[in-house]
Write a protein that binds this ligand. Structure first.
Ligand SMILES: O=C1C[C@@](O)(C(=O)O)C[C@@H](O)[C@@H]1O
Length: 253
């Protein structure tokens, strides 16, 4: 399995990488969060652009992306518009969604884009193609904020993301029981052992799922989201505490 190398960060090798989301509404909030993340350190920074109040104005989006690049230097930037149907802050027309992702990939200011895998194959493939032409990696994602589908279904979805050409499949699900957490971990482990030819990212959300955000190195999840203040999904823990736990596990393996 080959890691995905973005700037100097090898995702899928060694200790899981920590990604910290920016969830500001205004330009000031976004840039201040970026400065704060620089101080505490992150392997990857996710800009959750669906939170941004000016997201419908592309010029403004690109202008903020440029400033984020200046602030974050060599830290890889993941650009994510999370749609309302997958737990994000707003809805978007499909054509606009594709256009936004393609334009930002072409801008040169971001290193990775997140595309929701079940948007429609042709749309996903279009974003993947354009991103790759620009040297930008693609995370294909899928979220279920209500439940945890069966293991076979989780694996089928991640395999589908590979087939669509994503560099990293990602799946986030909500547990309704401790057994659901085991289902997510078991799907991750089987995916790595039997099917994955690239890194994958998985998490079980909320309190019941929190263990899944820490034990990626054991079961096969290459990156985990940690919070610097505001969380972007239930169950994210503080970056510094998360880093400590990841290191403890890493040392023991
Ligand atoms: O897809 C994900 C994962 C996530 O939902 C989580 O559960 O940590 C947080 C989101 O910001 C990110 O885009």
């Amino acid at each position: 399995m080959k890691p995905v190398v973005v700037r100097n960060v090898a995702i899928g090798e060694g200790i899981p990488k920590i990604c910290v989301p920016i969830v500001g509404k205004t330009i000031d909030e976004i840039l201040n969060q970026a400065k704060h993340i620089c101080e505490i350190g992150a392997d990857v920074v996710e800009w959750r652009v669906d939170w941004f109040e000016e997201v419908k104005n592309y010029e403004s989006v690109e202008n903020v992306a440029k400033q984020l690049r200046d602030i974050l230097g060599e830290t890889p930037i993941l650009f994510t518009f999370r749609t309302a149907k997958e737990g994000g802050e707003r809805t978007i027309e499909l054509d606009e969604y594709v256009e936004l992702n393609e334009k930002i990939a072409k801008s040169g200011y971001v290193d990775l884009v997140d595309v929701e895998a079940f948007t429609g194959d042709t749309y996903v493939e279009k974003v993947v193609k354009t991103s790759h032409e620009c040297g930008v990696k693609v995370i294909a994602s899928n979220h279920d904020f209500r439940k945890t589908p069966p293991k076979e279904e989780l694996i089928t979805r991640m395999r589908k993301m590979q087939e669509l050409g994503a560099d990293i499949p990602k799946i986030a699900v909500m547990p309704q029981s401790t057994e659901d957490l085991l289902t997510l971990l078991s799907a991750t482990e089987e995916m790595r052992r039997c099917y994955a030819d690239r890194p994958v990212i998985t998490m079980s959300m909320a309190g019941t799922g929190v263990l899944s955000r820490m034990c990626g190195e054991v079961f096969g999840s290459a990156l985990t989201f940690g919070a610097a203040g505001k969380v972007s999904a239930p169950g994210q823990i503080d970056v510094e505490e998360l880093r400590m736990v990841l290191e403890i596990i890493h040392k023991s393996l």
